[in-house]
Design a protein around this ligand. Sequence first.
Ligand SMILES: *[C@@H]1O[C@H](CO)[C@@H](O)[C@H](O)[C@H]1NC(C)=O
Ligand SMILES: *[C@@H]1O[C@H](CO)[C@@H](O)[C@H](O)[C@H]1NC(C)=O
Ligand SMILES: *[C@@H]1O[C@H](CO)[C@@H](O)[C@H](O)[C@H]1NC(C)=O
Ligand SMILES: *[C@@H]1O[C@H](CO)[C@@H](O)[C@H](O)[C@H]1NC(C)=O
Ligand SMILES: *[C@@H]1O[C@H](CO)[C@@H](O)[C@H](O)[C@H]1NC(C)=O
Length: 446
Amino acid sequence: MELPQMPELMGLSLLLGLLALMATAAVARGWLRAEEEISSRSAGQKANGFPLDKSSKSKKQKQQQRIRKEKPQQHNFTHRLLAAALKSHSGNISCMDFSSNGKYLATCADDRTVRIWSTKDFPQREHRSMRANVELDHATLVRFSPDCRAFLVWLANGETLRVFKMSKREDGGYTFTATPEDFPKKHKAPVINIGIADTGKFIMTASSDTIILIWNLKGQVLSTINTNQMNNTHAAISPCSRFVASCGFTPDVKVWEVCFGKKGEFQEVVRAFELKGHSAAVHFFAFSNDSRRMASVSKDGTWKLWDTDVEYKKQQDPYLLRTGRFEEASSMLCRLALSPDAQVLALASGSSIHLYNTRRGEKEECFEQVHGEYITDLSFDITGRLLASCGDRAVRLFHNTPGHRAVVEEMQGLLKRASNESTRQRLQQQLTQAQEALKSLGALKK
Ligand SMILES: *[C@@H]1O[C@H](CO)[C@@H](O)[C@H](O)[C@H]1NC(C)=O
Ligand SMILES: *[C@@H]1O[C@H](CO)[C@@H](O)[C@H](O)[C@H]1NC(C)=O
Ligand SMILES: *[C@@H]1O[C@H](CO)[C@@H](O)[C@H](O)[C@H]1NC(C)=O
Ligand SMILES: *[C@@H]1O[C@H](CO)[C@@H](O)[C@H](O)[C@H]1NC(C)=O
Ligand SMILES: *[C@@H]1O[C@H](CO)[C@@H](O)[C@H](O)[C@H]1NC(C)=O
Protein backbone atom coordinates (compact mmCIF):
# COMPACT_ATOMS: atom_id res chain seq x y z
CA MET A 1 0.00 0.00 0.00
CA GLU A 2 1.53 3.25 -1.04
CA LEU A 3 -1.38 5.41 0.05
CA PRO A 4 -0.52 8.08 2.61
CA GLN A 5 -1.42 7.38 6.23
CA MET A 6 -2.97 10.66 7.34
CA PRO A 7 -6.09 10.84 5.18
CA GLU A 8 -6.99 7.27 6.17
CA LEU A 9 -6.93 8.21 9.81
CA MET A 10 -8.90 11.33 9.12
CA GLY A 11 -11.53 9.29 7.30
CA LEU A 12 -11.84 6.92 10.22
CA SER A 13 -11.94 9.52 12.94
CA LEU A 14 -14.60 11.26 10.91
CA LEU A 15 -16.70 8.10 11.02
CA LEU A 16 -16.06 7.63 14.69
CA GLY A 17 -16.84 11.24 15.50
CA LEU A 18 -20.03 10.98 13.52
CA LEU A 19 -20.94 7.78 15.31
CA ALA A 20 -20.19 9.19 18.74
CA LEU A 21 -22.50 12.09 18.05
CA MET A 22 -25.25 9.83 16.88
CA ALA A 23 -24.81 7.35 19.73
CA THR A 24 -26.33 9.67 22.30
CA ALA A 25 -29.42 10.21 20.22
CA ALA A 26 -29.95 6.52 19.55
CA VAL A 27 -29.54 5.52 23.19
CA ALA A 28 -32.16 8.07 24.05
CA ARG A 29 -34.45 6.38 21.53
CA GLY A 30 -33.87 3.19 23.50
CA TRP A 31 -32.57 1.27 20.56
CA LEU A 32 -30.14 -1.46 21.07
CA ARG A 33 -28.59 -3.41 23.81
CA ALA A 34 -26.26 -6.27 23.56
CA GLU A 35 -27.13 -9.44 25.33
CA GLU A 36 -24.71 -12.16 25.99
CA GLU A 37 -25.93 -15.58 25.20
CA ILE A 38 -24.42 -18.97 25.24
CA SER A 39 -24.56 -21.57 22.56
CA SER A 40 -23.32 -25.05 23.27
CA ARG A 41 -22.44 -28.13 21.32
CA SER A 42 -25.16 -30.66 20.68
CA ALA A 43 -25.12 -33.58 23.08
CA GLY A 44 -23.59 -36.34 20.98
CA GLN A 45 -21.04 -34.14 19.29
CA LYS A 46 -17.36 -34.61 20.05
CA ALA A 47 -14.99 -31.69 20.19
CA ASN A 48 -12.48 -32.15 17.43
CA GLY A 49 -8.89 -31.20 17.99
CA PHE A 50 -9.80 -29.35 21.15
CA PRO A 51 -9.92 -30.46 24.76
CA LEU A 52 -13.40 -31.01 26.17
CA ASP A 53 -14.35 -29.00 29.19
CA LYS A 54 -16.36 -31.40 31.36
CA SER A 55 -17.08 -28.99 34.21
CA SER A 56 -19.84 -27.15 32.40
CA LYS A 57 -21.92 -30.23 31.65
CA SER A 58 -24.97 -29.68 33.85
CA LYS A 59 -25.19 -26.04 32.84
CA LYS A 60 -24.98 -27.13 29.26
CA GLN A 61 -27.76 -29.66 29.65
CA LYS A 62 -30.05 -27.04 31.12
CA GLN A 63 -29.16 -24.81 28.23
CA GLN A 64 -29.98 -27.59 25.78
CA GLN A 65 -33.37 -28.21 27.34
CA ARG A 66 -34.16 -24.55 27.04
CA ILE A 67 -33.09 -24.47 23.40
CA ARG A 68 -35.15 -27.57 22.61
CA LYS A 69 -38.26 -26.06 24.07
CA GLU A 70 -37.89 -22.82 22.13
CA LYS A 71 -36.58 -23.85 18.75
CA PRO A 72 -37.33 -26.43 16.10
CA GLN A 73 -34.75 -29.20 15.52
CA GLN A 74 -31.39 -28.20 14.14
CA HIS A 75 -29.86 -29.95 11.16
CA ASN A 76 -27.47 -32.68 12.39
CA PHE A 77 -23.94 -32.74 11.05
CA THR A 78 -20.78 -34.37 12.36
CA HIS A 79 -17.33 -34.69 10.80
CA ARG A 80 -13.85 -35.39 12.14
CA LEU A 81 -12.71 -31.98 10.85
CA LEU A 82 -15.60 -30.04 12.36
CA ALA A 83 -14.00 -27.65 14.87
CA ALA A 84 -17.16 -26.00 16.19
CA ALA A 85 -20.82 -25.27 15.50
CA LEU A 86 -22.19 -21.88 16.56
CA LYS A 87 -25.86 -22.19 17.41
CA SER A 88 -27.79 -19.22 18.80
CA HIS A 89 -29.63 -17.81 15.83
CA SER A 90 -33.29 -18.80 15.48
CA GLY A 91 -33.45 -17.96 11.76
CA ASN A 92 -31.44 -18.71 8.61
CA ILE A 93 -28.01 -17.06 8.63
CA SER A 94 -27.33 -15.17 5.42
CA CYS A 95 -23.91 -13.57 5.94
CA MET A 96 -20.77 -13.67 8.11
CA ASP A 97 -17.75 -11.43 8.54
CA PHE A 98 -14.50 -11.89 10.50
CA SER A 99 -13.16 -8.66 12.00
CA SER A 100 -9.75 -7.60 10.67
CA ASN A 101 -8.20 -7.90 14.15
CA GLY A 102 -9.25 -11.56 14.16
CA LYS A 103 -11.16 -11.27 17.43
CA TYR A 104 -14.77 -11.48 16.27
CA LEU A 105 -17.14 -13.12 13.84
CA ALA A 106 -20.35 -11.25 13.00
CA THR A 107 -23.38 -13.16 11.68
CA CYS A 108 -26.80 -11.93 10.60
CA ALA A 109 -30.02 -13.87 10.19
CA ASP A 110 -33.69 -13.43 9.35
CA ASP A 111 -34.41 -13.66 13.11
CA ARG A 112 -33.85 -9.86 13.24
CA THR A 113 -30.56 -10.15 15.05
CA VAL A 114 -26.88 -9.69 14.38
CA ARG A 115 -24.62 -11.76 16.61
CA ILE A 116 -21.01 -11.07 17.47
CA TRP A 117 -19.00 -14.16 18.42
CA SER A 118 -15.62 -14.20 20.10
CA THR A 119 -13.19 -16.26 17.99
CA LYS A 120 -11.24 -16.98 21.18
CA ASP A 121 -14.19 -19.18 22.25
CA PHE A 122 -14.16 -21.35 19.14
CA PRO A 123 -11.98 -24.08 20.68
CA GLN A 124 -14.23 -24.16 23.76
CA ARG A 125 -17.31 -26.22 24.27
CA GLU A 126 -19.56 -23.20 24.69
CA HIS A 127 -19.76 -20.25 22.36
CA ARG A 128 -20.91 -16.93 23.69
CA SER A 129 -22.41 -14.38 21.38
CA MET A 130 -23.60 -10.85 21.84
CA ARG A 131 -26.86 -9.91 20.21
CA ALA A 132 -27.78 -6.71 18.41
CA ASN A 133 -31.45 -6.36 17.49
CA VAL A 134 -32.37 -4.95 14.11
CA GLU A 135 -35.63 -3.22 14.97
CA LEU A 136 -38.60 -3.76 12.63
CA ASP A 137 -36.33 -5.27 9.97
CA HIS A 138 -33.56 -7.80 9.51
CA ALA A 139 -30.06 -7.66 8.12
CA THR A 140 -29.10 -9.70 5.06
CA LEU A 141 -25.43 -8.62 4.94
CA VAL A 142 -22.99 -7.59 7.65
CA ARG A 143 -19.43 -6.11 7.58
CA PHE A 144 -17.12 -4.89 10.35
CA SER A 145 -15.54 -1.46 10.04
CA PRO A 146 -11.73 -1.64 9.66
CA ASP A 147 -11.18 -0.46 13.26
CA CYS A 148 -13.59 -3.17 14.53
CA ARG A 149 -15.58 -0.60 16.51
CA ALA A 150 -18.63 -0.53 14.26
CA PHE A 151 -20.42 -2.72 11.75
CA LEU A 152 -22.58 -2.08 8.71
CA VAL A 153 -25.68 -4.03 7.79
CA TRP A 154 -27.89 -4.13 4.73
CA LEU A 155 -31.55 -3.93 5.77
CA ALA A 156 -33.89 -6.38 4.02
CA ASN A 157 -37.02 -4.22 4.25
CA GLY A 158 -35.40 -0.80 4.51
CA GLU A 159 -33.26 -1.64 1.44
CA THR A 160 -30.45 0.52 2.72
CA LEU A 161 -27.31 0.58 4.89
CA ARG A 162 -27.39 1.03 8.65
CA VAL A 163 -24.33 1.57 10.82
CA PHE A 164 -24.06 0.16 14.35
CA LYS A 165 -21.45 1.38 16.76
CA MET A 166 -19.97 -1.11 19.23
CA SER A 167 -19.08 0.42 22.60
CA LYS A 168 -17.54 -1.59 25.37
CA ARG A 169 -19.47 -1.70 28.62
CA GLU A 170 -17.94 -1.81 32.07
CA ASP A 171 -18.96 -5.45 32.52
CA GLY A 172 -16.92 -6.39 29.44
CA GLY A 173 -19.92 -6.73 27.10
CA TYR A 174 -20.84 -4.38 24.30
CA THR A 175 -23.64 -1.97 23.64
CA PHE A 176 -24.64 -1.77 20.00
CA THR A 177 -26.08 1.52 18.91
CA ALA A 178 -27.62 2.17 15.53
CA THR A 179 -26.91 5.56 14.02
CA PRO A 180 -30.19 7.51 13.75
CA GLU A 181 -29.90 8.07 10.02
CA ASP A 182 -29.69 5.16 7.62
CA PHE A 183 -28.01 5.71 4.24
CA PRO A 184 -30.30 7.09 1.50
CA LYS A 185 -32.09 4.51 -0.62
CA LYS A 186 -30.48 4.34 -4.08
CA HIS A 187 -30.55 0.80 -5.49
CA LYS A 188 -33.36 -0.32 -7.80
CA ALA A 189 -32.62 -4.07 -7.62
CA PRO A 190 -31.84 -6.39 -4.66
CA VAL A 191 -28.44 -5.78 -3.10
CA ILE A 192 -26.09 -8.79 -3.30
CA ASN A 193 -23.03 -7.53 -1.42
CA ILE A 194 -21.67 -4.65 0.61
CA GLY A 195 -18.12 -3.83 1.72
CA ILE A 196 -16.04 -1.22 3.48
CA ALA A 197 -12.48 -0.52 2.35
CA ASP A 198 -9.80 -1.48 4.85
CA THR A 199 -8.44 2.09 4.58
CA GLY A 200 -11.84 3.37 5.74
CA LYS A 201 -12.08 5.58 2.67
CA PHE A 202 -15.14 4.17 0.97
CA ILE A 203 -18.08 1.81 1.15
CA MET A 204 -19.36 -0.36 -1.71
CA THR A 205 -22.86 -1.68 -2.38
CA ALA A 206 -23.70 -3.86 -5.38
CA SER A 207 -27.12 -4.84 -6.70
CA SER A 208 -28.29 -7.69 -8.93
CA ASP A 209 -28.88 -5.38 -11.88
CA THR A 210 -25.56 -3.96 -13.19
CA ILE A 211 -24.96 -1.27 -10.58
CA ILE A 212 -22.17 -0.85 -8.02
CA LEU A 213 -22.23 2.29 -5.86
CA ILE A 214 -19.15 3.76 -4.19
CA TRP A 215 -20.04 5.85 -1.09
CA ASN A 216 -18.12 7.94 1.36
CA LEU A 217 -18.66 7.19 5.04
CA LYS A 218 -21.16 10.00 5.38
CA GLY A 219 -23.57 8.25 3.04
CA GLN A 220 -22.91 10.31 -0.11
CA VAL A 221 -22.49 8.51 -3.43
CA LEU A 222 -19.01 9.17 -4.86
CA SER A 223 -19.41 7.11 -8.01
CA THR A 224 -21.80 4.81 -9.84
CA ILE A 225 -20.28 1.89 -11.75
CA ASN A 226 -22.27 0.18 -14.49
CA THR A 227 -20.69 -3.27 -14.83
CA ASN A 228 -22.48 -4.03 -18.14
CA GLN A 229 -22.60 -7.69 -17.12
CA MET A 230 -26.36 -8.13 -17.65
CA ASN A 231 -26.80 -9.07 -14.00
CA ASN A 232 -24.21 -8.88 -11.22
CA THR A 233 -23.76 -12.12 -9.28
CA HIS A 234 -20.98 -10.93 -6.96
CA ALA A 235 -18.91 -7.82 -6.27
CA ALA A 236 -16.25 -7.10 -3.65
CA ILE A 237 -13.52 -4.71 -2.53
CA SER A 238 -9.96 -6.05 -2.66
CA PRO A 239 -8.22 -6.43 0.75
CA CYS A 240 -5.68 -3.76 -0.32
CA SER A 241 -8.66 -1.33 -0.75
CA ARG A 242 -7.43 -0.28 -4.18
CA PHE A 243 -9.86 -2.28 -6.32
CA VAL A 244 -13.52 -3.16 -6.69
CA ALA A 245 -14.34 -6.22 -8.78
CA SER A 246 -17.53 -7.77 -10.15
CA CYS A 247 -18.78 -10.82 -11.99
CA GLY A 248 -22.10 -11.66 -13.58
CA PHE A 249 -23.73 -13.05 -16.66
CA THR A 250 -20.66 -12.43 -18.88
CA PRO A 251 -17.61 -14.76 -18.75
CA ASP A 252 -15.18 -12.14 -17.40
CA VAL A 253 -14.42 -10.71 -13.95
CA LYS A 254 -14.05 -6.92 -14.21
CA VAL A 255 -11.77 -4.94 -11.90
CA TRP A 256 -11.80 -1.16 -11.28
CA GLU A 257 -9.44 1.05 -9.30
CA VAL A 258 -10.99 3.51 -6.85
CA CYS A 259 -8.57 6.46 -6.97
CA PHE A 260 -7.94 9.01 -4.21
CA GLY A 261 -5.72 12.09 -4.29
CA LYS A 262 -2.74 12.86 -2.06
CA LYS A 263 -4.95 14.52 0.53
CA GLY A 264 -7.30 11.53 0.61
CA GLU A 265 -9.98 13.17 -1.51
CA PHE A 266 -11.92 10.94 -3.88
CA GLN A 267 -10.90 11.37 -7.54
CA GLU A 268 -12.36 8.76 -9.86
CA VAL A 269 -13.06 5.13 -10.59
CA VAL A 270 -11.12 3.74 -13.57
CA ARG A 271 -11.11 0.40 -15.38
CA ALA A 272 -8.06 -1.57 -14.21
CA PHE A 273 -8.00 -5.11 -15.63
CA GLU A 274 -10.14 -8.16 -16.38
CA LEU A 275 -9.90 -11.87 -15.74
CA LYS A 276 -10.53 -13.42 -19.14
CA GLY A 277 -10.60 -17.16 -19.77
CA HIS A 278 -13.91 -18.57 -18.61
CA SER A 279 -16.37 -19.52 -21.33
CA ALA A 280 -19.63 -18.93 -19.42
CA ALA A 281 -21.09 -16.78 -16.64
CA VAL A 282 -18.96 -16.39 -13.51
CA HIS A 283 -20.75 -17.31 -10.28
CA PHE A 284 -18.27 -15.96 -7.78
CA PHE A 285 -14.69 -14.80 -7.18
CA ALA A 286 -12.41 -14.02 -4.23
CA PHE A 287 -9.08 -12.35 -3.43
CA SER A 288 -6.15 -13.63 -1.35
CA ASN A 289 -5.42 -11.40 1.66
CA ASP A 290 -2.57 -9.52 -0.09
CA SER A 291 -4.75 -9.01 -3.23
CA ARG A 292 -2.06 -10.68 -5.39
CA ARG A 293 -4.18 -13.71 -6.24
CA MET A 294 -7.79 -14.13 -7.28
CA ALA A 295 -9.92 -17.22 -7.78
CA SER A 296 -13.11 -17.55 -9.82
CA VAL A 297 -15.73 -20.24 -10.45
CA SER A 298 -17.90 -20.36 -13.55
CA LYS A 299 -20.90 -22.02 -15.11
CA ASP A 300 -18.39 -23.50 -17.60
CA GLY A 301 -17.69 -26.10 -14.87
CA THR A 302 -14.23 -24.87 -13.88
CA TRP A 303 -12.49 -22.82 -11.24
CA LYS A 304 -9.44 -20.71 -12.02
CA LEU A 305 -6.62 -19.22 -9.97
CA TRP A 306 -5.09 -15.96 -11.20
CA ASP A 307 -1.94 -13.98 -10.49
CA THR A 308 -3.22 -10.40 -10.26
CA ASP A 309 0.06 -8.90 -9.06
CA VAL A 310 0.41 -6.97 -12.32
CA GLU A 311 1.03 -3.40 -13.40
CA TYR A 312 -2.15 -2.87 -15.33
CA LYS A 313 -1.10 0.68 -16.20
CA LYS A 314 1.72 -0.87 -18.24
CA GLN A 315 -0.85 -3.05 -20.04
CA GLN A 316 0.11 -6.20 -18.10
CA ASP A 317 -2.72 -8.71 -17.90
CA PRO A 318 -3.33 -11.08 -14.98
CA TYR A 319 -1.77 -14.55 -15.48
CA LEU A 320 -3.88 -17.66 -15.33
CA LEU A 321 -2.06 -19.95 -12.85
CA ARG A 322 -4.38 -22.96 -12.71
CA THR A 323 -7.70 -24.34 -13.92
CA GLY A 324 -9.58 -27.11 -12.11
CA ARG A 325 -12.81 -28.96 -12.92
CA PHE A 326 -15.86 -28.43 -10.73
CA GLU A 327 -18.79 -30.02 -12.54
CA GLU A 328 -21.37 -28.89 -9.95
CA ALA A 329 -20.80 -25.31 -11.12
CA SER A 330 -22.32 -26.03 -14.54
CA SER A 331 -25.76 -26.78 -13.10
CA MET A 332 -25.84 -24.95 -9.75
CA LEU A 333 -24.95 -21.59 -8.28
CA CYS A 334 -21.63 -21.81 -6.42
CA ARG A 335 -19.69 -19.73 -3.95
CA LEU A 336 -16.00 -19.85 -3.26
CA ALA A 337 -13.52 -18.74 -0.61
CA LEU A 338 -9.77 -18.45 -1.06
CA SER A 339 -7.53 -19.00 1.97
CA PRO A 340 -5.55 -15.86 2.96
CA ASP A 341 -2.34 -17.39 1.54
CA ALA A 342 -4.14 -18.56 -1.66
CA GLN A 343 -3.08 -22.19 -1.03
CA VAL A 344 -6.60 -23.54 -0.52
CA LEU A 345 -9.81 -22.99 -2.46
CA ALA A 346 -13.16 -23.81 -0.84
CA LEU A 347 -16.12 -24.29 -3.19
CA ALA A 348 -19.71 -24.56 -2.01
CA SER A 349 -22.62 -25.85 -4.08
CA GLY A 350 -25.98 -26.61 -2.48
CA SER A 351 -25.16 -27.67 1.08
CA SER A 352 -21.76 -29.27 0.29
CA ILE A 353 -18.21 -27.91 0.54
CA HIS A 354 -15.16 -29.06 -1.43
CA LEU A 355 -11.57 -28.10 -0.59
CA TYR A 356 -8.90 -28.00 -3.31
CA ASN A 357 -5.20 -27.27 -3.05
CA THR A 358 -4.24 -24.62 -5.60
CA ARG A 359 -0.67 -25.90 -6.14
CA ARG A 360 -1.83 -28.95 -8.08
CA GLY A 361 -5.58 -28.41 -8.24
CA GLU A 362 -6.40 -31.62 -6.33
CA LYS A 363 -9.51 -32.09 -4.23
CA GLU A 364 -8.44 -32.88 -0.65
CA GLU A 365 -11.61 -32.77 1.45
CA CYS A 366 -15.34 -32.90 0.88
CA PHE A 367 -18.08 -32.14 3.43
CA GLU A 368 -21.60 -33.20 2.38
CA GLN A 369 -24.91 -31.84 3.72
CA VAL A 370 -23.21 -29.44 6.07
CA HIS A 371 -26.37 -27.37 6.52
CA GLY A 372 -30.12 -27.98 6.38
CA GLU A 373 -30.41 -25.23 3.73
CA TYR A 374 -28.20 -24.10 0.85
CA ILE A 375 -24.92 -22.52 1.91
CA THR A 376 -25.28 -18.73 1.91
CA ASP A 377 -21.75 -17.73 2.94
CA LEU A 378 -18.28 -19.25 3.14
CA SER A 379 -15.17 -17.66 4.63
CA PHE A 380 -11.72 -18.51 5.99
CA ASP A 381 -10.74 -16.86 9.27
CA ILE A 382 -7.84 -14.41 9.12
CA THR A 383 -5.27 -17.06 10.13
CA GLY A 384 -6.49 -19.43 7.41
CA ARG A 385 -6.67 -22.27 9.94
CA LEU A 386 -10.49 -22.42 9.96
CA LEU A 387 -13.18 -22.32 7.30
CA ALA A 388 -16.64 -21.09 8.31
CA SER A 389 -19.92 -21.78 6.51
CA CYS A 390 -23.56 -20.87 7.13
CA GLY A 391 -27.00 -21.36 5.57
CA ASP A 392 -29.35 -22.71 8.21
CA ARG A 393 -29.38 -21.55 11.84
CA ALA A 394 -25.80 -22.64 12.62
CA VAL A 395 -22.31 -21.57 11.60
CA ARG A 396 -20.00 -24.55 11.12
CA LEU A 397 -16.23 -24.20 11.44
CA PHE A 398 -13.83 -26.68 9.82
CA HIS A 399 -10.14 -27.32 10.34
CA ASN A 400 -8.29 -26.37 7.16
CA THR A 401 -6.16 -29.52 6.81
CA PRO A 402 -5.22 -28.78 3.16
CA GLY A 403 -3.78 -25.48 4.45
CA HIS A 404 -1.58 -27.31 6.98
CA ARG A 405 -0.48 -29.80 4.28
CA ALA A 406 0.44 -26.88 2.01
CA VAL A 407 2.66 -25.45 4.78
CA VAL A 408 4.35 -28.86 5.27
CA GLU A 409 5.08 -29.15 1.56
CA GLU A 410 6.27 -25.56 1.23
CA MET A 411 8.59 -25.82 4.26
CA GLN A 412 10.07 -29.13 3.08
CA GLY A 413 10.89 -27.48 -0.23
CA LEU A 414 12.38 -24.38 1.37
CA LEU A 415 14.42 -26.44 3.86
CA LYS A 416 16.25 -28.16 1.00
CA ARG A 417 17.38 -24.78 -0.28
CA ALA A 418 17.98 -23.03 3.09
CA SER A 419 21.52 -21.66 3.10
CA ASN A 420 22.10 -21.00 6.81
CA GLU A 421 21.23 -22.36 10.23
CA SER A 422 18.90 -19.57 11.43
CA THR A 423 16.69 -19.85 8.35
CA ARG A 424 16.67 -23.64 8.69
CA GLN A 425 15.55 -23.40 12.32
CA ARG A 426 12.72 -21.03 11.50
CA LEU A 427 11.47 -23.22 8.64
CA GLN A 428 11.79 -26.37 10.76
CA GLN A 429 9.67 -24.74 13.47
CA GLN A 430 6.86 -23.90 11.01
CA LEU A 431 7.10 -27.41 9.54
CA THR A 432 6.81 -29.03 12.98
CA GLN A 433 3.83 -26.86 13.91
CA ALA A 434 1.91 -27.81 10.77
CA GLN A 435 2.77 -31.50 11.20
CA GLU A 436 1.60 -31.43 14.80
CA ALA A 437 -1.67 -29.76 13.82
CA LEU A 438 -2.28 -32.49 11.24
CA LYS A 439 -1.32 -35.23 13.70
CA SER A 440 -3.79 -33.95 16.31
CA LEU A 441 -6.52 -34.05 13.65
CA GLY A 442 -5.55 -37.58 12.60
CA ALA A 443 -4.79 -36.24 9.14
CA LEU A 444 -1.02 -36.46 8.85
CA LYS A 445 -0.84 -38.87 5.91
CA LYS A 446 -2.81 -38.09 2.80
C1 LIG B 1 -30.77 -34.79 15.19
O1 LIG B 1 -30.37 -35.81 16.09
C2 LIG B 1 -31.21 -35.90 17.22
C3 LIG B 1 -30.62 -36.95 18.19
O2 LIG B 1 -29.53 -37.60 17.65
C4 LIG B 1 -32.62 -36.30 16.79
O3 LIG B 1 -33.46 -36.36 17.92
C5 LIG B 1 -33.13 -35.23 15.81
O4 LIG B 1 -34.39 -35.62 15.33
C6 LIG B 1 -32.18 -35.04 14.65
N1 LIG B 1 -32.63 -33.90 13.87
C7 LIG B 1 -32.75 -33.94 12.55
C8 LIG B 1 -33.24 -32.68 11.92
O5 LIG B 1 -32.48 -34.92 11.89
C1 LIG C 1 -34.88 -21.03 6.00
O1 LIG C 1 -34.99 -20.90 4.59
C2 LIG C 1 -35.77 -21.89 3.97
C3 LIG C 1 -35.77 -21.62 2.49
O2 LIG C 1 -34.53 -21.31 2.02
C4 LIG C 1 -37.16 -21.92 4.50
O3 LIG C 1 -37.89 -22.99 3.93
C5 LIG C 1 -37.13 -22.06 6.00
O4 LIG C 1 -38.43 -21.95 6.51
C6 LIG C 1 -36.25 -21.00 6.61
N1 LIG C 1 -36.16 -21.24 8.04
C7 LIG C 1 -36.41 -20.28 8.93
C8 LIG C 1 -36.31 -20.70 10.36
O5 LIG C 1 -36.68 -19.15 8.61
C1 LIG D 1 -31.26 -8.64 -13.58
O1 LIG D 1 -31.27 -7.26 -13.81
C2 LIG D 1 -32.56 -6.71 -14.07
C3 LIG D 1 -32.38 -5.24 -14.36
O2 LIG D 1 -31.29 -5.03 -15.19
C4 LIG D 1 -33.44 -6.91 -12.86
O3 LIG D 1 -34.74 -6.41 -13.13
C5 LIG D 1 -33.53 -8.38 -12.54
O4 LIG D 1 -34.24 -8.55 -11.33
C6 LIG D 1 -32.12 -8.95 -12.38
N1 LIG D 1 -32.19 -10.40 -12.22
C7 LIG D 1 -31.85 -11.01 -11.10
C8 LIG D 1 -31.92 -12.50 -11.12
O5 LIG D 1 -31.47 -10.42 -10.11
C1 LIG E 1 -2.15 -13.04 5.02
O1 LIG E 1 -2.42 -14.15 5.87
C2 LIG E 1 -1.27 -14.78 6.38
C3 LIG E 1 -1.72 -15.95 7.20
O2 LIG E 1 -2.21 -16.94 6.37
C4 LIG E 1 -0.46 -13.79 7.22
O3 LIG E 1 0.73 -14.41 7.67
C5 LIG E 1 -0.14 -12.56 6.40
O4 LIG E 1 0.50 -11.60 7.20
C6 LIG E 1 -1.40 -11.97 5.80
N1 LIG E 1 -1.04 -10.88 4.90
C7 LIG E 1 -1.72 -9.73 4.85
C8 LIG E 1 -1.26 -8.73 3.84
O5 LIG E 1 -2.66 -9.49 5.61
C1 LIG F 1 20.22 -16.67 5.82
O1 LIG F 1 19.72 -16.89 4.51
C2 LIG F 1 18.59 -16.09 4.14
C3 LIG F 1 18.16 -16.51 2.75
O2 LIG F 1 18.03 -17.88 2.69
C4 LIG F 1 19.00 -14.62 4.17
O3 LIG F 1 17.86 -13.82 3.87
C5 LIG F 1 19.49 -14.28 5.56
O4 LIG F 1 19.96 -12.94 5.57
C6 LIG F 1 20.62 -15.21 5.96
N1 LIG F 1 21.01 -14.94 7.35
C7 LIG F 1 22.28 -14.95 7.77
C8 LIG F 1 22.47 -14.69 9.22
O5 LIG F 1 23.18 -15.11 7.00
